[in-house]
Design a protein around this ligand. Structure first.
Ligand code: FES
Length: 566
C-alpha cells in the first residue's frame, strides 16, 4: 500500500502552466494521457556509452527493465548520465567519480521521478551511482551490467587486467612477440561486461548486492547471459513496488549494512578501492566508517572466494559455483542477517538456502583460503592516517620486510627510470613513489602498482615492496602498499622519504615505519614545498579545493549531508 502521494505529481499536477507544459511535452514522445493516471515514474539512469566498453550492453538491459516497469504499472523513462570508461579517462576515472555522483544525484532530485533503476558496472560507475542515490534518497535499485565472459588465449583462461599485466611483463622482456601481443589484444576482453576478475567492478557490484541494493543473485550473472536480462526485468517490476512501499536507500543503507559489506569485501578478497568507495557512500548518509573498522573486520573474516587476482578462478567460475549468494550464505554467521534489502526481505531470508556447487571456487567457512580477509590497514609514522595493502595478493615472504627505499618523486620520473638496466635496486629494495594521491596526481590514479623494474624481471624477481599514496587497480597484485594518508603533495610524511632511507613493513603487526630519527623527519617536512596546483579553473579546481583524503573516501567536503536543523 502506498504510504504517500507520488513525488512526480508535483511536476505534472501543480496548479500552474508548467504542469500542463510538462504533460504536453512528455506526450510529444507519443504517450497516451493515461500515463499520468497515478502511475509511478521510474527513471532508468543509464551509464551506457561507446566510451565505456564494459557498459556497452546496457541499452539492452534498459529495455528489459522497461518491460518490468510497464508490467508492474509504472512508467519507465530512461536517461543518460556521465559514464566512466575506466581505461579511457586521463589522468584517471577517479577524478570524475564525484562528478558522476553529482550528476546522478541532481538528475534524481530535479526530474519528476518516483524511483530509479541504476545501470552501471565499470569500476567507478557503481559507487558513483550509489553515492548519488544515497544523497537523493528516492527508492532505488541497482542492476549491474555483470562480468564479461572468461577470455582464452593459447588455451589458457585469462582475466582482463590481472593476466594482461602479467603478460605485459613477459612482453617487456621479449618473451612474448609483437605478433602474439597483437593476437592477445583481440582475445583478452571478448564480450560486454566489466573485468571478469575480482577487481573493483566485480567487488563493487558484489558489495551493492551485499548492501541490499540489488535483487539477490543479481551481481554475479555474466553480462551476456540471458538471466541478466531476466533479473533486469524483475528489478523493473520491483522498483514499482518499492515506490509503493516508500523503500528508500536510507532504510537499506544502515551502518549494519555497511559492516555487512565490509565483511563481504574481506571474504571476497576484493579490491582495495572498495575501502574508499564504501567510506564515501556511507558518508553520504552521515555514517562514518573508520579504517580501523575495516581492519577489525578483516582480522575476523576468512577469505573464501578463490578468484583472481588473489585466487585462481574467474567471475564466470564464481557464478557457476553459486555466485555471491553462495558466498553470503557461507558468511551469514558473521553478518547482521536482519538488514533489509530491495526485495523487502532480509539478508538472512535471501541467502540462508543458497547452494554452492564448487568448493574449490567458494570455500566453506571452516576451510578458507586464509584465516583473515584480503585487506589489511597499516599505521605508522609513514601513514598516520592509514594505508592499505591487499595481503591476499602480496608475496608471503615480503609481508614482514625491512629494506632501503628507492624514491621516485613523481609518476613521470618512475616511468623514465623503471626500464633502466642500471637502476640501483635489488630484491630487498622498497620502491617509493610520491605525488600520486587525490591532490598530487591529481585525482588519485591507479598508479600504485609500480611496474617491476626491468633489471629485476630479467633476474627472475617477480615482486618487491612498493609504497605510494596512489590507488591500484583491483585487478592488480603484488606487495603494494597504497592510499598512504595524508598524501605527500599536502605534506604527509611520505614527502620526507629519501632514497637510501630504511623502511619497515610489518603486515601481521599492521606497521609501516620510516626508520629515520623523528627530528630528521620533522626537519625535512618543515622544508617541504607543495607542488604547484594542477588546475586553476573548472571542475579540476573544484576537485583540488574540496577533495578529502583517502581515509575519508575522497568525496567532496561539501557533499556530506547537511546537519539536521536544530
Ligand atoms: Fe571496466 Fe575493468 S575496464 S571494469
Amino acid at each position: 500500500m502506498r504510504k504517500k502521494p507520488l513525488r512526480s505529481r508535483d511536476w505534472f499536477f501543480e496548479k500552474e502552466y508548467y504542469a500542463f507544459a510538462r504533460r504536453a511535452y512528455l506526450r510529444s514522445e507519443g504517450f497516451h494521457a493515461d500515463i499520468f493516471a497515478d502511475k509511478p515514474v521510474i527513471g532508468i539512469a543509464n551509464s551506457w556509452s561507446e566510451l565505456n566498453h564494459c557498459n556497452r550492453h546496457l541499452r539492452e538491459v534498459a529495455e528489459a527493465v522497461k518491460r518490468g516497469v510497464w508490467k508492474a504499472g509504472g512508467v519507465p523513462l530512461e536517461f543518460p548520465t556521465i559514464s566512466l570508461g575506466e581505461p579511457f579517462i586521463k589522468p584517471t576515472s577517479m577524478l570524475l567519480r564525484n562528478l558522476m555522483a553529482m550528476d546522478v544525484e541532481e538528475c534524481l532530485r530535479c526530474y519528476p521521478l518516483d524511483g530509479v533503476v541504476l545501470l552501471g558496472g565499470c569500476d567507478k560507475t557503481t559507487p558513483a551511482q550509489l553515492m548519488g542515490a544515497a544523497s537523493a534518497d528516492i527508492p532505488a535499485i541497482v542492476v549491474p551490467g555483470g562480468p564479461a565472459l572468461t577470455s582464452y588465449w593459447k588455451n589458457q583462461k585469462l582475466g582482463s587486467g590481472t593476466d594482461g599485466r602479467k603478460l605485459y611483463d613477459l612482453y617487456r622482456i621479449g618473451r612474448i612477440t609483437d605478433e602474439e601481443w597483437c593476437e592477445l589484444e583481440g582475445a583478452i576482453a571478448r564480450s560486454a561486461g566489466h573485468c571478469m576478475v575480482m577487481g573493483t567492478a566485480s567487488t563493487m557490484t558484489s558489495l551493492a548486492e551485499a548492501l541490499g541494493m540489488t535483487l539477490p543473485g543479481c551481481a554475479s550473472i555474466p553480462a551476456p547471459d540471458s538471466r541478466r536480462l531476466a533479473v533486469a526485468e524483475l528489478s523493473g517490476a520491483r522498483i514499482v513496488e518499492m515506490v509503493q512501499e516508500d523503500l528508500r536507500p536510507s532504510r537499506i543503507l544502515t551502518r549494519e549494512a555497511f559492516l555487512n559489506a565490509i565483511t563481504t569485501l574481506m571474504a571476497l578478497g576484493g579490491s582495495t578501492n572498495a575501502v574508499i568507495h564504501l567510506i564515501a557512500i556511507a558518508g553520504r548518509l552521515g555514517i562514518k566508517l573508520e579504517l580501523t573498522e575495516f581492519d577489525r573486520i578483516s582480522r575476523r573474516t576468512p577469505w573464501l572466494a578463490n578468484v583472481k587476482p588473489s585466487g585462481e578462478f574467474l567471475m564466470e567460475d564464481f557464478f557457476y559455483a553459486g555466485g555471491l549468494p553462495a558466498l553470503m550464505r557461507e558468511i551469514l554467521p558473521l553478518l547482521e542477517g536482519s538488514c533489509l534489502t530491495v526485495n523487502g526481505k532480509t539478508i538472512a531470508e535471501n541467502y540462508a538456502a543458497a547452494p554452492c556447487w564448487n568448493r574449490d571456487v567458494i570455500r566453506p567457512l571452516e576451510a578458507p583460503l586464509s584465516g583473515e580477509g584480503g585487506i589489511a590497514v597499516l599505521y605508522g609514522n609513514l601513514c598516520p592516517r592509514g594505508a592499505v595493502i591487499k595481503q591476499t595478493a602480496a608475496s608471503p615472504h615480503l609481508l614482514r620486510h625491512r629494506g632501503r627505499a628507492f624514491v621516485f618523486e613523481r609518476y613521470e620520473e618512475m616511468k623514465e627510470l623503471i626500464e633502466r638496466e642500471d637502476l640501483p635496486v635489488d630484491e630487498n629494495t622498497v620502491l617509493v613513489m610520491k605525488n600520486c594521491g587525490p591532490v598530487g596526481a591529481p585525482g588519485f590514479p591507479e598508479w600504485g602498482h609500480i611496474p617491476m623494474p626491468k633489471v629485476l624481471l630479467e633476474r627472475g624477481i617477480q615482486d618487491v615492496v612498493r609504497i605510494s599514496d596512489a590507488r591500484m587497480s583491483g585487478t592488480s597484485f603484488g606487495t603494494v602498499v597504497l592510499h598512504v594518508a595524508p598524501e605527500s603533495a599536502i605534506g604527509g610524511p611520505l614527502a620526507a622519504v629519501r632514497t637510501g632511507d630504511e623502511i619497515l613493513l610489518d603486515v601481521p603487526e599492521r606497521r609501516l615505519e620510516l626508520l629515520v630519527e623523528p627530528e630528521e623527519i620533522e626537519r625535512r617536512l618543515a622544508a617541504f614545498q607543495p607542488p604547484p596546483p594542477h588546475y586553476r579553473r573548472g571542475y579540476g579546481k573544484l576537485f583540488l579545493d574540496h577533495v578529502t583524503q583517502a581515509d575519508e573516501g575522497c568525496d567532496f567536503d561539501f557533499l556530506r549531508p547537511e546537519p539536521a536543523p536544530v
